[in-house]
Design a binder for this molecule. Structure first.
Ligand code: HAM
Length: 420
């Protein structure tokens, strides 16, 4: 070990577990790419004000969890705590919404940073794959995104997840509800911090995990009873579309989410094998966010799935992904001459698109074959001086143990045939 360790709340992805992370990212991205979402990448940091305005001044993310810094030039930046505000900022900056093709459908994958109290499943550096559909108000779009996330999780083999669904209303009906809720909450027996929260963000109080608080909330006014007709109809349509697609969800009127930009549809994917950090993904509609960051009216919807927690969910369900062999062929040279010749063969195989690796460092047969085993390669190529004199290499099937001599000039063709 060196003098240094990964910072608190972070961890390194190393082989072989790192292969599962890549496969999870790919499994989430694949259905998006197939559904017209284009890839977008934005910087790891942004002007701090973007998140303050976008995510919300009163959220834990902005008040407690942002990594902020002042540059030598005096700019106030923050490491991105989430992707939605950045992606919308970038789409507006590139005028993607003016290209005449709404919604602008984008997907992304990257690192996010929150200064949270670390625990199992909660890290200060984590990874998300996300999707945003910008500029269209259409319940089919909300349904599409939920269906695609469901499809991604199912393609990984996950079964013990549930979809929680809610509507948070819009700028017409939510303020009315907010006031009714505040009036109710002000009469409860709550601590100072929670009292402050009532004034800034009363919906978050509903999300309080403490039993004594939850007990007092039983008779709290329900947002459902305050939704305007347009929001109700919209929500019913999303629900009907999900049902028609065979996607099972649970109505959860307590689902408020930790970011302020949501309107109407909100949802969370929770996994029952993860303990307290059970949300493997979440998202919703954010019809007002564009205007909040100085853009035009662009009703939008999106989600982000946590890669770290999805991997934990796979582990909780005991799912081992069927990962392709990293290398198909492993070459084991015996002696100087064989080193040169086999390295030439390996280079040729790689150029022909066959994944191949090589026993470096001039090790003996036993050690090199151990490495060949560990590499997971389907075939080993072994050659010593006598083989070279005869112009052949030994091709060993690592599964059956069968071995045969193949002329050097035919190795590539033979492997291509066998590997299909
Ligand atoms: P979020 O719910 O804050 O939403 O994060 C989405 C997912 O990221 C969570 O469900 C969780 O799996 C993962 N995650 C969040 N924080 C951590 C952490 N500290 N450690 C490990 N995993 C974590 C958003 O970020 C929104 N931008 C989603 C969205 C996109 N809404 C609309 N579009």
């Amino acid at each position: 070990m060196s003098t240094f360790q990964a910072p608190k709340g972070t961890y390194d992805l190393t082989p072989p577990r790192s292969a599962t992370f890549l496969a999870v990212r790919e499994a989430i991205a694949a259905p998006l790419r197939d559904s017209g979402y284009g890839y977008i990448e934005t910087p790891g940091f942004e002007n701090v004000e973007l998140f303050a305005r976008g995510v919300g001044e009163s959220t834990d993310i902005v008040t407690k969890e942002m990594y902020t810094l002042t540059t030598k030039g005096g700019d106030q930046l923050a490491l991105r705590p989430e992707g939605t505000a950045s992606v919308l900022r970038a789409a507006l900056e590139a005028n993607l919404h003016k290209a005449g093709n709404l919604p602008v459908k984008l997907w992304y994958s990257g690192s996010y940073y929150r200064y949270e109290r670390p625990q199992a499943g909660r890290y200060r550096h984590f990874s998300q794959v996300g999707a945003e559909a910008i500029g269209t108000e259409d319940p089919v779009l909300d349904a599409e995104l939920i269906i695609l996330a469901d499809q991604a999780y199912r393609s990984l083999g996950l079964r013990q997840f549930r979809i929680l669904l809610n509507s948070l209303g819009d700028k017409e009906c939510r303020p009315v509800y907010r006031e009714a809720l505040q009036t109710f909450l002000r009469d409860l027996d709550l601590d100072e911090e929670t009292r402050r929260r009532i004034e800034i963000n009363p919906l978050r109080v509903l999300d309080d995990k403490r039993a004594d608080v939850q007990k007092q909330l039983t008779d709290a006014p329900k947002l459902r009873d305050y939704l305007c007709d347009a929001c109700k109809a919209y929500h019913e349509e999303v629900r009907a579309l999900l049902t028609a697609a065979g996607v099972v969800y649970e109505d959860d009127e307590k689902l408020v989410r930790g970011l302020d930009y949501y309107t109407r549809t909100t949802f969370e994917f929770v996994h029952d094998g993860l303990g307290s950090q059970s949300a493997v993904g979440g998202g919703g509609r954010y019809d007002g966010l564009s205007e909040m960051i100085g853009g035009p009216e662009l009703p939008s919807v999106g989600w982000a799935l946590g890669v770290d927690r999805t991997v934990l969910a796979l582990e909780a369900e005991g799912i081992e992904l069927d990962l392709p062999y990293a290398t198909s062929v492993y070459a084991v040279p015996l002696g100087e001459e064989a080193r040169r010749v086999l390295f030439g063969v390996v280079t040729g195989l790689r150029r022909a698109g066959i994944a191949a690796d090589f026993a470096f460092g001039g090790r003996g047969l036993k050690g090199a074959m151990k490495s060949a085993n560990r590499s997971g390669a389907r075939y080993a190529l072994v050659a010593g001086e006598r083989d070279l004199a005869e112009g052949v290499v030994q091709l060993k099937d690592m599964e059956s143990g069968e071995q045969s001599a193949v002329p050097l000039t035919e190795v590539a063709a033979e492997l291509a045939k066998r590997l299909g």
